[in-house]
Design a protein around this ligand. Sequence first.
Ligand SMILES: NC(=O)c1ccc[n+]([C@@H]2O[C@H](COP(=O)([O-])OP(=O)(O)OC[C@H]3O[C@@H](n4cnc5c(N)ncnc54)[C@H](OP(=O)(O)O)[C@@H]3O)[C@@H](O)[C@H]2O)c1
Length: 353
Amino acid sequence: MPGPDPTLAMRRALALAGDSGVWKGANPAVGCVLLGEDGQFIAEGFHRGPGTAHAEAAALASLVAAGGSPAGATAVVTLEPCAHQGRTPPCADALVEAGIARVIFGQADPNPAAAGGADRLRAAGVEVTGGVLAAEAAALNRVWTESMSMGRPVVTWKVAASLDGRIAAADGSSQWITGQAARQQVHELRSQVDAVLTGTGTLRADDPQLTARPAGGWPTTEQPLRVVMGLSEVPSAAAFRAPPDGRSQVLNTRDPDQALAALMAVGVRHVLLECGPRLASAFLRADLVDRVVWFAAPILLGGSALAVIDDVGVGTLTDARRWQLRELREVGSDVRMDFSRAGVAPGGRLEVG
Ligand SMILES: NC(=O)c1ccc[n+]([C@@H]2O[C@H](COP(=O)([O-])OP(=O)(O)OC[C@H]3O[C@@H](n4cnc5c(N)ncnc54)[C@H](OP(=O)(O)O)[C@@H]3O)[C@@H](O)[C@H]2O)c1
C-alpha cells in the first residue's frame, strides 16, 4: 500500500482550518486529518475557538465516534501539536495515548508556552515531520502568529487627520474630520480586531462607543472588547460600557506594556489603538505600534490645532522610524494609507486589495 500523501492531506487540513470560522481571537485556526496505516483518509477535525477541542482531539473523537481506531494512524495537522496544559490537555499527549504512529505538521508553534510538541512526540517514539506547507499554515493565522512570537497583542494605530497632521481644530472640534466612507472603514477595522483601546482624554472629549458598526451590521458576539486606559476615574455611564454586549474594560495604568500584558492575558491578540496624541505618543515612544492605518482628510487645520502626536522621542531625523507603505487608496474624498514596520507582513483581514 502507498504511504499517505502528506501534501494532499495537509491541503485538506488547511481547508478545514480556513473554513473553521476562527479568524481572530485568542486561539489559531487549526485543521487535522487522520490517515490510516494504508494511507487512506479515516477522520478529520478542526478547532472551533477558545474552550473547545483542539483539532487533533476533534479528529480523534470523530474517529472513535465512528467506531474507528487511531492506533498506527498518521495525524496531519496544520500547526505543531501543543505541549501545554491549557483549557484542554496537551495534544501531543493525546496523540501518543491514541497510538498515533506518525505526525506531519505545517507551522511550528510560535507560542513559547505551547511549543515543544514535536519533541514530546519524538521522545514518545512517534515519527514527526514538520514544515509541510508551513507558509500556507502560518498565513492562516498571521496576526495570532505575530502576537505569539512577540508575546503581546499586535497593535494597529488608526488615525483620522487633516493633511497637516491635525486631529482636532483649535476649539477642540474633531467630529468629523474624515467623511462617511472613511468612518465606515473604521467600523470595519474594529470588527477585525479583538479590542479597541483609547485614553481617558478621548473618553472625556468624545465619549466614544468604540463598537463595530459596519454597514450591514455586525454580530453582537463578535464585538471587540472596548478598553479605556488612564488613571482618571471613568464614569459608569460612559458610552463604551454600554451594550450591545457590555464587554468593556478599564485599565488603570499609563504603562503601555502593562496594558498590553493585561489584554494578552484575556485573549486579545490584536488591538486597534484609537486615541488622542498623548496615548498614541506613549505607544510610539515605547515602540509598541506595529501597523498604522492613516486616513488623511483633504483639509488643513493649522498650527493651533491639535497635532496627531506630541513628543515621540525623535531628536534627529535618523531617530525616526521609516514606516513601510503597504497600501494606498482613495476612500470617498479621503486617502487611506496602511503602513507596517519594515519587514513585518501585514496581517489578517487588515490586508486589503
Ligand atoms: N482623529 C482621530 O483619529 C482621533 C482619535 C481619538 C481621539 N482624537 C482626539 O484626541 C483628543 C484627545 O486627546 P488626548 O491626548 O487627551 O487623548 P488620549 O490620548 O486618548 O488620552 C490621554 C489620556 O490618557 C491617559 N493615559 C494613559 N496612558 C497614558 C500614557 N502612557 N501617556 C499619557 N497619557 C496616558 C492620560 O489620562 P489619565 O490622567 O487618566 O492617566 C491622558 O491624559 C480629542 O480631541 C479627541 O477627539 C482624535
